[in-house]
Design a protein around this ligand. Sequence first.
Ligand SMILES: [Zn+2]
Length: 208
Amino acid sequence: MNTAIKEHFRFVLEDDNELMSAALDKYSDLDDENKRMNRELIKKHEQILAKLDKNKQLSQEDFQLVRDANQIHLNDAEELYGHHKQATELESWLDNMIELSKDEAMRILEKHLDKDPKTPAQVYRALHTLWEEATPDDAVREAGFDNEGKCLKCGSKVSFADVTDTVVFVGDEIVKRYDGDITNRNCIRCTYPKQYPDYEEYDVGEDE
Ligand SMILES: [Zn+2]
């Protein structure tokens, strides 16, 4: 941690503690529950400051608390409190220290791949394979298709999809079927490029 980062790190914790302490005095209209939470957070911030003094290893929770306390300065784009620049630097520094969730990691990769128009479809395919493996309920949650069912990446309208119908069995016999939802929908051109030529004709004439 360089000196400037360390200084701002300390500043955001002390500043937040000052604000919270002020809200604890007898004229404060905070309710007891909020006062209790303030006291607890002040204590945690003090523990982080103590660790910082002794050059002790900080935990992921510590980093998260510092990120929370830094938020007010990060949002202060008009420099009302004069610490926006340092807050931005601290935020990027924290970006490198705070563990990424799988979801965040995938999003970062995809964002960077999107910047290069030459990124081959195969690379997205690899990314999405990893993504599906990383999220056990195989939810790549963001919409991959526009409301006409066209792939948002390549514009193709041909996709493979699973449809989960609910069926009523009586013994071995299906007596009723409720139409289900489309799940696991994948653009064929992006996700299964080798199979795409078999379906390409459905896209012909779609270009405006
Ligand atoms: Zn596509």
